[in-house]
Design a protein around this ligand. Structure first.
Ligand SMILES: O=C(O)CCC(=O)N[C@@H](CCC(=O)O)C(=O)O
Ligand SMILES: [Zn+2]
Length: 347
């Protein structure tokens, strides 16, 4: 088999789980040429694209921070294959990350720990496979951004996910805490072109991957939720076509032309409350099939954490990312409220 025909996901899973690979299937530390540059296989699930004459953007696409979120894995895999096989010819430096192959291999969200709580150095406080991989991934991202050509550059990171539940707004993105900085119209427009027209504004530092890239590397970075979690082969790729087209255009065009910013395209939600599980007896008081962004009436009981009750405090409060099974001291539920886009500081 020619190296440019190797399945990059199979290679990643085999390598990360210690399986022996024959020489014609081993991509580790190999470099392949494409018309316009080189694709480099730095580690299992870590692939860098270095155009010969790179544009001014350094773009990171990550998937599988949660191992069972298969649609983003298929998207990233197919983009890499497109480059290996010559159909996609990036002109922008690009880093692709398949973040948690060990979790993909067992069809689980994670092996021991939720990797999306282990960035910005939180990986130093433990010894699970995810702690080690998050540390390694921070190293790869740092190396990627630091090895860019000199001059003014744009750093971008889209961390691709799918949600456990259905969502009333199917595609949405988390805009990590900006520490008072403005929100970018260009990014909201790019996301809208991807079909992501709902944005959640996080109002505090977190240990997520996207916040890490924002805070440590001054990137424009987002957690992008593209739909609902499904097993491999059950994703309807038409649902992701707009996103896939825009992700490809972003790295294949020198100056991606976007429509003018339209404030009516994007719905904004502000995070109002973060409810952590602190007790073994943590109960959600609504069924599993209640979709993300469902609104409840004032006073409704949302959750109990031991003896502490969490009730809806204001009209229009909606739930998102409910998960009663998270580890102790982790976020079990967020509530959000819609806010007018006109109230945001936009540049
Ligand atoms: O569907 C769910 O309940 C969880 C979806 C998910 O994994 N969301 C991310 C959001 C990260 C962020 O806040 O930027 C997560 O919880 O890690
Ligand atoms: Zn996820």
């Amino acid at each position: 088999m020619k190296l440019n025909e190797v399945d990059v996901l199979q290679w990643t899973l085999a390598g990360a789980t210690g399986q022996q690979l024959s020489a014609d299937q081993q991509l580790l530390n190999k470099r392949l040429d494409y018309a316009g540059g080189q694709i480099i296989f730095n580690d299992y699930g870590v692939v860098t694209v270095e155009p010969t004459s790179p544009g001014d953007k350094d773009v990171v696409y990550s998937c599988a921070v949660h191992g069972d979120e298969t649609a983003p894995i298929e998207i990233v895999r197919d983009m890499i294959h497109g480059i290996m096989q010559g159909q996609i010819k990036p002109v922008q430096r690009t880093l692709f990350l398949i973040a948690n192959p060990a979790a993909i291999a067992i069809n689980k969200r994670f092996v021991e720990m939720n990797m999306n709580r282990l960035f910005s150095g939180a990986h130093r406080q433990g010894d699970s496979p995810e702690h080690h991989r998050a540390a390694a991934i921070e190293g790869y991202v740092t190396e990627f951004f630091n090895s860019a050509p000199n001059g003014e550059r744009r750093r971008l990171h889209y961390d691709l996910h799918t949600a456990i539940r259905d969502s009333k707004y199917e595609k949405f993105a988390v805009y990590p805490f900006t520490h008072g900085g403005p929100y970018k119209k260009e990014q909201l427009t790019f996301l809208a072109e991807c079909g992501v027209t709902t944005i959640l504004l996080n109002q505090a530092p977190t240990t997520t991957f996207s916040y890490y890239s924002v805070r440590t590397h001054q990137a424009d970075a987002f957690t992008v939720e593209l739909g609902k979690v499904r097993p491999f082969g059950e994703n309807n790729r038409h649902d992701f076509a707009a996103a896939e087209t825009m992700f490809t255009r972003l790295i294949c065009e020198h100056d991606l032309a976007l429509p003018n910013f339209d404030p009516d395209r994007t719905k904004i939600f502000d995070v109002c409350r973060t409810i952590n599980r602190t007790n073994e007896k943590f109960v959600l008081h609504f069924p599993d099939d209640v979709a993300n962004f469902t609104a409840f009436a004032e006073g409704d009981l949302l959750a109990t954490d031991g003896d502490t009750e969490y009730r809806v405090e204001q009209a229009g409060e909606r739930i998102i990312f409910p998960n009663a099974k998270v580890a102790l001291d982790q976020r079990a539920l967020l509530t959000v409220i819609d806010v007018p886009i006109t109230g945001l500081q936009l540049v």
